[in-house]
Design a protein around this ligand. Structure first.
Ligand code: ADP
Ligand code: MG
Ligand code: MG
Length: 348
């Protein structure tokens, strides 16, 4: 009999639309070639208000790639799951950012006692929170740019430790530096700042997104990405590079066609390639990731310095996304990749 795969997509995050596009590509790949004989898919759409819908409605969203408009809902509705949920034999969550990539959904699926693709609660949560992630990487000896972690309460303090805090950060990290809410993705809420007043504004704005905030010293570097696949014995792909016009790889640059380019494989000395691959696998193990992750790096060419930037435990997964493209160049095509991911979920 075919294995029933619950394809979960949409979700309560700024990356709702990206999720629909990733899920459409995965749905198609699970219905192509050998996969069509192996898998039945049950698409389940998590609306922007958090309510789950299956059946025709979910299929229409996948086909049209257009989100459904929803109204805020009463929390009790969030526990009314469609009956199709009971038929799922393995989940394939394709949700990016908060409430999908951060361990919350993984906790729910763990309680359901049904296997799922990707990292569990710990790997997802540590991978999502940039402060926890950096602490784990530091402990593992992975090189990172200099950073500071601050809390919202320090930024919104009354009367005023805030100006002193900004002075300290300025002295520590210099300019430019990057201010980031700790628990987002797709560059949402990130600011590049070049002065004391910009720093104050950026911290205030980041505090409106998250209780936890990271500030990093800016580096002038190439941006390299490595895909990791597997469970206990994960493998690293070839390395890809992202280039773009503009100040940094912000939300608009990421999602406006033609604004950024992917280069696979990145033009790099062999020695750097293998160092990055080793670091990617180490990062994957350090946060306790599983199944898949994309690990991103900064590479300063002149000094040959490599810094790990972040791990993404549910990276973008459209046909054009870096993660599947990296595996394609490594010898695993899109259909094979989704098949392997489901198999890794079942063996976990
Ligand atoms: P997200 O998880 O939202 O992708 P990142 O930490 O990857 O957040 O930051 C998004 C982008 O901001 C990076 O791809 C890069 O272009 C820029 N950036 C972030 N931190 C730094 C830094 N310390 N130095 C230089 N550029 C940075
Ligand atoms: Mg990220
Ligand atoms: Mg990033």
């Amino acid at each position: 009999a075919k294995i029933r795969v619950g394809l979960l997509f949409g979700g309560r995050s700024g990356e709702h639309e990206v999720s629909i596009n990733s899920a459409a590509a995965i749905a198609q790949a699970l219905q192509t070639g050998d996969n069509a004989n192996k898998y039945d898919i049950l698409p389940i759409y998590i609306q922007k208000n958090g309510v789950w819908v299956a059946g025709d409605t979910a299929n229409e969203v996948l086909d049209s790639k257009a989100p459904l408009a929803t109204e805020e809902t009463n929390p009790s509705q969030l526990w009314q799951f469609p009956t199709q949920v009971q038929e799922v034999e393995v989940w394939f969550p394709v949700l990016h950012g908060p409430n999908g990539e951060d361990g919350t959904l993984q906790g729910l699926l763990t309680l359901m006692q049904v296997p799922f693709v990707g990292s569990g609660v710990l790997g997802s949560a540590v991978g999502m929170d940039k402060i926890a992630m950096k602490m784990a990487f530091a402990q593992a000896g992975l090189p990172q740019v200099k950073y500071r972690a601050v809390e919202r309460s320090q930024v919104w303090s009354n009367p005023c430790i805030f100006p002193k805090l900004c002075d300290e950060i300025e002295a520590d990290l210099g300019y430019p530096c990057f201010v980031k809410p700790a628990n987002l993705g797709s560059s949402v809420g990130i600011a590049k700042v070049r002065s004391h007043s910009e720093l104050e504004t950026a911290l205030d704005s980041a505090a409106s997104y998250d209780r936890r905030i990271v500030i990093e010293a800016g580096v002038n570097a190439r941006e390299l990405e490595c895909a990791v696949l597997g469970n206990d014995n994960p493998k690293a792909s070839v390395i890809g590079e992202v280039t773009f016009e503009g100040d940094f790889y912000d939300y608009e640059t990421k999602y406006t066609e033609g604004r950024s380019q992917i280069h696979i494989p990145a033009n790099l000395p062999e020695k750097i390639v293998s160092q990055i691959q080793e670091m990617a696998i180490q990062a994957f193990k350090t946060v306790d990731a599983a199944g898949l992750a994309r690990v991103d790096f900064f590479y300063v060419e002149e000094t040959e310095e490599i810094y790990i930037n972040e791990i993404n435990t549910l990276p973008g997964f459209t046909k054009f996304s870096m993660y599947p493209q990296l595996w394609k160049a490594t010898g695993i095509n899109f259909e094979q990749l989704v098949d392997q991911l489901v198999q890794f979920a079942l063996e976990k």
